[in-house]
Ligand binder design. Structure first.
Ligand code: SF4
Length: 368
């Protein structure tokens, strides 16, 4: 059966307007032969608000600068840091982790605002990171490293960090204009190279549409990543809630995003590709997620309704992990090779989605 017909037969995907040519390209590319893992907090608990559902995550995000960031990138303006737990001294970090462990945390995303060189100044915190890993060896730490040199990459690895994450930008204009950063684009690749040279699991991210909603350096970022051997690549779509009025962002179309999935899959055939939580909501998310399933991505955080069913219908081997990634994609990455991870039966999930959809369709619509 044609993939467009398969998608058309899935009730939850009815509102999606899928590009037929693109779907045909996905079918020819053969991505359905790979297993796929969906990461979802519960069946429906995240439907109303992903972020609040993730607030009590077993994976808190901790910022070593609180809400401070010198770079003030145009898509973020440091707002991503605001809801995080602030631990601005090594002592506060130790205290915070102890409190979180007592409340059941399994790990954390450790991050912070950048200085003017797009570096997060972790140096004074690394002995505490080591102390945390010695005291709680099972507690996983995923660190947003930002740009690093070889020495810092080695220190981060020696401190016991499990996964290192950084955004890879492939366009100099994006570096200078969106990030307000006076460093060559090659420094992003050099940082990746330095991290990959350590035993760390390294997970670069590409933010699609980072240049004010336009795709610009994304393909070069793929080339930069393909020259190294990270553990996985996370793709997210820009969510420019905080863009200044004078520099508005467009929303990349789901078709553009889908095309990029195809290019990413072709450029990095062996590398696990994960779709992170950040992407536009509503119909665009439904389309993006359907394209991700068809393109052969290995993981999707918080899938739109219909995605699991689509994957099953395409014959993909499906796992559903009841995990919330929030902004801490680390858990997804660390769970990739975890055969002991708890699973939800994907068919139960599809049934639950169908029951929820039929309840919604039975609600009478009253015209004013
Ligand atoms: S994306 Fe990172 S560096 Fe840029 S403003 Fe936000 S926190 Fe700061």
């Amino acid at each position: 059966m044609r993939w467009t017909d398969i998608a058309a037969g899935i009730e939850a995907l009815e509102p999606a307007n899928l590009d037929q040519d693109l779907v045909a390209r996905f079918a020819r590319a053969g991505g359905a032969g790979r297993p796929i893992n969906f990461y979802t907090p519960t069946f429906k608990a995240y439907a109303s608000s992903e972020i609040s559902a993730c607030g009590k995550s077993a994976w808190p995000a901790v910022s070593i600068t609180g809400g401070e960031c010198k770079l003030q990138c145009d898509h973020c303006k440091a707002k991503i840091l605001e809801p995080m737990l602030a631990a601005t001294t090594p002592e506060a970090l130790w205290r915070t982790v102890n409190e979180q462990v007592a409340q059941g945390a399994k790990g954390m995303l450790l991050t912070g605002g950048s200085n003017h060189r797009d570096e997060v100044e972790y140096g004074p915190f690394l002995p505490t990171v080591r102390r945390i890993k010695d005291a709680f060896p099972e507690f996983r730490i995923a660190m947003h490293t930002a740009l690093v040199d070889g020495a810092l990459a080695r220190e981060i690895a020696a401190a016991g960090v499990d996964a290192a994450m950084l955004d890879i930008i492939g366009a100099q204009d994006t570096v200078s204009q969106v990030y307000h950063l006076r460093r060559p684009v090659d420094d992003f690749e050099r940082s990746l190279e330095a991290l990959v040279a350590t035993p760390l699991k390294v997970v670069p991210h590409i933010v699609l549409g980072l240049h004010y909603g336009r795709m610009l350096g994304e393909w070069r970022a793929l080339e930069m990543i393909a020259r190294h051997r990270p553990s996985a690549l996370v793709l997210v779509v820009v969510m420019p809630f905080y863009a200044p009025a004078g520099r508005p962002f467009a929303t990349p179309s789901s078709r553009e995003v889908g095309r990029f999935f195809l290019d990413a899959r072709a450029a990095l055939p062996e590398l696990p590709l994960l779709l992170g939580c950040a992407r536009p909501a509503g119909r665009a998310k439904m389309e993006i997620d359907a394209y991700a399933v068809m393109a052969g991505l290995e993981g999707i955080a918080h899938p739109a309704d219909g995605s699991v069913e689509l994957a099953l219908e395409l014959g993909r081997e499906v796992k559903v992990t009841p995990a919330c990634c929030s902004i801490a994609i680390g858990e997804e990455v660390l769970a990739l090779e975890d055969p002991a991870a708890a699973r939800i039966d994907p068919r139960l999930m599809v049934e639950a989605e169908k029951r929820a959809a039929s309840r919604i369709s039975r609600i009478p619509v009253v015209a004013a």
